[in-house]
Design a protein around this ligand. Structure first.
Ligand SMILES: *[C@@H]1O[C@H](CO)[C@@H](O)[C@H](O)[C@H]1NC(C)=O
Ligand SMILES: *[C@@H]1O[C@H](CO)[C@@H](O)[C@H](O)[C@H]1NC(C)=O
Ligand SMILES: *[C@@H]1O[C@H](CO)[C@@H](O)[C@H](O)[C@H]1NC(C)=O
Ligand SMILES: *[C@@H]1O[C@H](CO)[C@@H](O)[C@H](O)[C@H]1NC(C)=O
Ligand SMILES: *[C@@H]1O[C@H](CO)[C@@H](O)[C@H](O)[C@H]1NC(C)=O
Ligand SMILES: *[C@@H]1O[C@H](CO)[C@@H](O)[C@H](O)[C@H]1NC(C)=O
Ligand SMILES: *[C@@H]1O[C@H](CO)[C@@H](O)[C@H](O)[C@H]1NC(C)=O
Ligand SMILES: *[C@@H]1O[C@H](CO)[C@@H](O)[C@H](O)[C@H]1NC(C)=O
Ligand SMILES: *[C@@H]1O[C@H](CO)[C@@H](O)[C@H](O)[C@H]1NC(C)=O
Ligand SMILES: *[C@@H]1O[C@H](CO)[C@@H](O)[C@H](O)[C@H]1NC(C)=O
Ligand SMILES: *[C@@H]1O[C@H](CO)[C@@H](O)[C@H](O)[C@H]1NC(C)=O
Ligand SMILES: *[C@@H]1O[C@H](CO)[C@@H](O)[C@H](O)[C@H]1NC(C)=O
Length: 811
């Protein structure tokens, strides 16, 4: 009873509040607003009076039927005063234009004026932008608040404008805007053609979405403070652009390729920190009329534009003040500097047209009263030719340009102590006078090209740089490539071997790219004793597979080196995501849904190998290292069928048709007492892999509280029996819990000791897709500890494996 009364009291209070609000709204209507407006404006606009209906006032338009105000147009009328706040009372308003007056005070609230299309309040004296003041303007086309020099600082009102998707003109010039532009902003306004925010204090990089926009008039110039940073590369994809005012900012780097900017007529780039050569595409823009490039760090020959282009070019660092080519040495140095990228401007700009007169620069610092020479920039010439380039401890980033090889007289090249990455260009091997190449203490990677023995090479302090292992057949190129036979039997060349992404007994896996830009993983097989035909047969059988859960072989090379070229998988292999000691959260980066999808994907791939191919393929080496994950975590089985060519004592064994990796091998593979090797052996490995994924730990590692003697699946089984959640990364809903339970039960079926007790992969898929109740409770797998070859070491070499087997397995 009490509760009821309490509820009643509350309810009546609420009603009271609602009715008060309703009365307030009803009381303040359009006529009130117009009357307030009349009082607010000084001088009273001619023809305005409370004796006549506001629809008759000058500059006011109304709907003739409903008498609702639809527009207020009073520009350039010398009006002062503060607009009454509740402008949103004028619900039918479509246009408001009061620009070029002296209105002051805060901007009024426009919110929810669904019909409003134009707001033109520029050139006034407004003092603040109230938060939320322009929300829900679904039909807004033009917002012009430019030149309100007394507005208190505000940031781009992204949240307020999110509904104004038809916006085509945005002019916020000189309105004291600060902060940076929201990264996705241009995606919200697909119709935007005019974007003006010059003369504010905005900084930061421009949103990437700008490059995809259809903006025609872009004015970002004269940001006070530090100005816009970063590159102006966004311009090169803006095909509609007619006017681009980017001057007086802090843009760096090169002028990009402009060939798509065919509509550009007015380009203002002066007073930034642009560097490098002028792209030829800028010189041939068909509609260019005005261009301004002065006060940058542009280099190379002075550009020559069409007749009729008004060009302002200086000051810059062009090699000469008249038209004509630069000295070839200068051009080579420019190309070299170009590759040093980011702190381009820390390099002394090459001035003049003679590389041999560039004065050396020593950077030094005073440490405890002693002057220490830190960095050196020095170019030495003999008889007018560059013989030595030394740039050390100079903070260079970027890469070593192949253009160094154009300095054909070069004797010494020292680039030590910088932060250069990339590889050592193989073209440097063509420098016939080279005696010293010191690239020590950088971040170089790749394979060191083979230099003549005359060259003193110092490559220390580059952790990822490798000695060339393929000296005998490889020639001087750093790439492992040569010709590559790609699928469909066209030949392609591999480029840019970038990085070692894997290494094992079989050889090394590199990341590289094909000429079409596709990134690939290149697995170079260690020299094999097997004859070439076997390799080709192997390749042919892999090529026959085509399944979304099997990594696709894109090509191979056979001559000189044997290598397989696969699609590149950005997420690497599954083992990266399985808990390792010291990385307690590793598995948590895969949620249960992802894990379920991975389990399903691997099962589908295996089912395909077992059933779907022209011939049945047994993988026999299913383990996390051989499951690659693409960018969407779609699993792909890799590394099958390689055993035959890997006859060395590696991780893969190929004796009597048995092979595999400890921890994943089915019992019948290492002891025939359990039956013959069959597709059920893959099922076993699959089960172990999934259990390992679920347990979030290596399967040979035992649970924290459990005794070290406990067999990993026993531990999982115990948890299952007790209905426990697995201790890592708890599933947080009943549904997830069911999924985990189901995957666990199916996996336990897969690792049954007797192959005939294990389900086929088709059955596995059926169980995984069906309800939990349809999966029978698995018997406890009974492989006991002594049967396991020393599980403390994981991927033992095959010789160890054989020894272990012969020692422990009763035959
Ligand atoms: C109309 O305006 C005049 C002055 O402009 C004012 O004196 C008068 O009270 C107003 N009448 C009404 C009904 O508001
Ligand atoms: C005027 O208002 C009436 C009634 O509210 C409406 O039906 C009509 O479409 C409006 N006319 C215009 C031109 O907006
Ligand atoms: C601004 O308004 C003043 C009158 O207040 C007028 O003289 C001037 O021409 C206007 N300027 C522009 C650009 O319209
Ligand atoms: C236009 O004004 C009329 C009358 O004030 C009002 O009933 C109607 O809701 C308004 N229309 C819109 C879209 O605001
Ligand atoms: C914005 O309004 C001002 C007047 O206040 C005008 O000069 C300017 O051209 C307008 N901007 C655009 C893009 O139309
Ligand atoms: C703008 O408003 C400020 C006060 O807020 C005033 O001092 C200044 O004179 C006004 N400027 C113009 C051009 O009206
Ligand atoms: C340009 O940016 C750099 C680094 O952010 C800064 O040091 C420099 O002062 C800026 N230049 C100008 C003109 O603001
Ligand atoms: C120019 O446009 C074409 C077609 O849209 C595109 O493929 C190309 O990458 C663009 N070039 C540049 C420099 O953005
Ligand atoms: C360097 O040499 C290559 C090959 O001879 C040539 O294509 C390139 O234009 C040269 N670069 C410069 C900057 O001279
Ligand atoms: C190259 O460096 C060596 C020392 O490493 C020096 O003796 C030699 O004079 C240098 N040669 C030139 C041309 O600078
Ligand atoms: C190689 O470079 C390192 C670091 O610059 C230097 O300490 C070392 O002495 C150099 N080695 C030789 C053989 O010159
Ligand atoms: C290096 O590769 C290039 C292009 O692939 C080739 O023309 C050149 O002959 C190769 N050099 C050697 C020494 O193999």
């Amino acid at each position: 009873m009490k509760i009821f009364i309490h509820g009643y009291v509350l309810l009546s209070n609420l009603l009271l509040i609602i009715s008060i609000a309703a009365i307030t709204a009803a009381e303040y209507n359009e006529a009130d607003y117009m009357s307030d407006l009349l009082k607010a404006l000084t001088p009273t606009p001619t023809g305005w009076s409370n004796k006549t209906h506001y629809c008759k006032w000058k500059g006011i338009s109304c709907n003739s039927t409903s008498q609702a105000v639809t527009s207020i147009i009073l520009p350039s009328s010398s009006l002062t005063g503060t607009l009454p706040p509740y402008l949103y009372t004028l619900t039918n308003l479509t246009h408001i234009d009061l620009h070029n007056n002296s209105l002051n005070g805060p901007l009024p609230y426009f919110g929810s004026l669904y019909l409003l299309q134009t707001v033109s309040l520029g050139h006034n004296n407004f003092t603040s932008y109230p938060y939320d003041c322009i929300q829900y303007l679904y039909d807004l086309r033009t917002l012009n608040l430019s030149n309100n020099l007394n507005l208190s600082n505000w940031v781009f009102p992204m949240d307020d404008l999110r509904n104004s998707v038809y916006l085509d003109t945005l002019d916020l010039e000189a309105s004291n805007m600060i902060g940076s532009l929201p990264s996705e902003m241009f995606d919200w306004f697909p119709n935007l053609h005019t974007f003006i925010i010059s003369h504010n204090q905005i900084d930061g990089n421009l949103p990437e979405s700008l490059g995809k926009s259809t903006v025609r008039n872009l004015r970002l110039n004269n940001q006070g403070g530090s100005g816009f940073r970063g590159t102006i590369n966004f311009i090169s994809s803006m095909g509609n652009l007619a006017q681009a005012w980017l001057q007086n900012n802090n843009f760096t780097d090169r002028i990009p390729n402009m060939s798509n900017c065919t509509n550009l007529s007015d380009l203002q780039l002066q007073s930034n920190s642009l560097t490098g050569l002028i792209p030829p595409s800028l010189l041939t823009l068909p509609n260019l009329r005005i261009i301004s490039l002065g006060d940058n760090r542009l280099q190379g020959p002075i550009p020559v534009f069409h007749k009729g282009v008004r060009a302002t070019l200086e000051p810059n660092y062009f090699c000469r003040s008249d038209v004509g080519p630069c000295d070839p040495h200068i051009m080579i140095l420019l190309e070299i500097f170009e590759a040093f990228r980011s702190p381009y401007f820390v390099l002394p700009p090459i001035t003049g047209n003679n590389a041999c007169t560039i004065s050396p620069i020593w950077l030094s610092s005073n440490i405890n009263g002693i002057w220490v020479k830190d960095g050196v920039f020095m170019i030495k010439c003999e008889r007018g030719k560059i013989v030595s380039v030394e740039i050390w401890n100079y903070g260079l980033k970027g890469t070593i340009s192949p253009a160094f090889s154009n300095l054909t007289s070069l004797v010494n090249l020292t680039l030590s102590g910088n932060s250069l990455n990339g590889s050592i260009p193989s073209s440097l091997t063509t420098l016939s006078k080279l005696q010293l190449l010191d690239v020590s203490n950088n971040n170089l990677s790749g394979v060191i090209p083979i230099f003549s023995s005359r060259v003193k090479l110092n490559t220390t302090g580059n952790v990822f740089l490798m000695q060339n292992k393929f000296r005998q057949g490889g020639g001087e190129n750093a790439t492992i490539g040569g010709d590559v036979q790609t699928r469909g039997s066209s030949k392609a060349k591999l480029r840019h071997v970038i990085w070692i992404i894997g290494q094992g007994g079989y050889g090394i896996v590199y990341k590289a790219s094909l000429p079409d830009g596709r990134q690939v993983a290149v697995k170079v097989i260690n020299e094999s004793k097997g004859n070439g035909e076997e390799f080709i047969n192997e390749v042919a059988s892999i090529s026959r597979t085509s399944h979304v859960n099997i990594v696709s072989l894109l090509g191979f090379c056979f001559e000189k080196k044997r290598a397989l070229i696969y699609e590149f998988m950005s997420n690497g292999s599954l083992d990266n995501f399985i808990l390792k000691r010291g990385f307690p959260d590793a598995i948590c980066s895969l949620d249960w849904n992802k894990m379920y999808n991975i389990a399903m994907g691997i099962a589908r791939g295996l089912e395909y190998l077992h059933q779907g191919c022209i011939s049945r393929i047994l993988h026999l080496d299913i383990k996390p290292q051989n499951i690659l994950l693409d960018e969407n975590f779609c699993p792909k089985i890799s590394d099958f069928g390689l055993a035959k060519i890997c006859q060395r004592n590696d991780s893969v064994v190929s004796i009597l048709g048995t092979r595999g990796t400890i921890g994943y091998i089915a019992p019948e593979v290492f002891s025939r007492t359990y039956g013959g090797v069959s597709h059920k052996s893959d099922v076993y490995s699959y089960g172990m892999l999934i259990l390992e994924m679920i347990g979030g730990r290596k399967n040979y590692d035992t649970g924290g509280s459990c005794t070290s003697e406990m067999y990993f699946p026993d531990w999982i089984y115990k948890d299952l029996e007790q209905g426990n959640n697995l201790e890592n990364c708890l599933a947080n809903s009943d549904e997830e819990n069911d999924v985990v339970r189901k995957i666990t039960m199916v996996s336990l079926w897969c690792i049954q000791t007797n192959p005939s007790d294990r389900p086929s992969m088709s059955k596995v898929l059926e169980m995984l897709q069906g309800p939990l109740q349809s999966v029978p409770y698995p018997p406890k797998p009974f492989l006991n500890s002594p049967e396991r070859p020393s599980l403390q070491t994981s991927y033992v070499s095959s010789s160890n494996l054989l020894e272990t087997n012969s020692a422990k397995t009763p035959v």
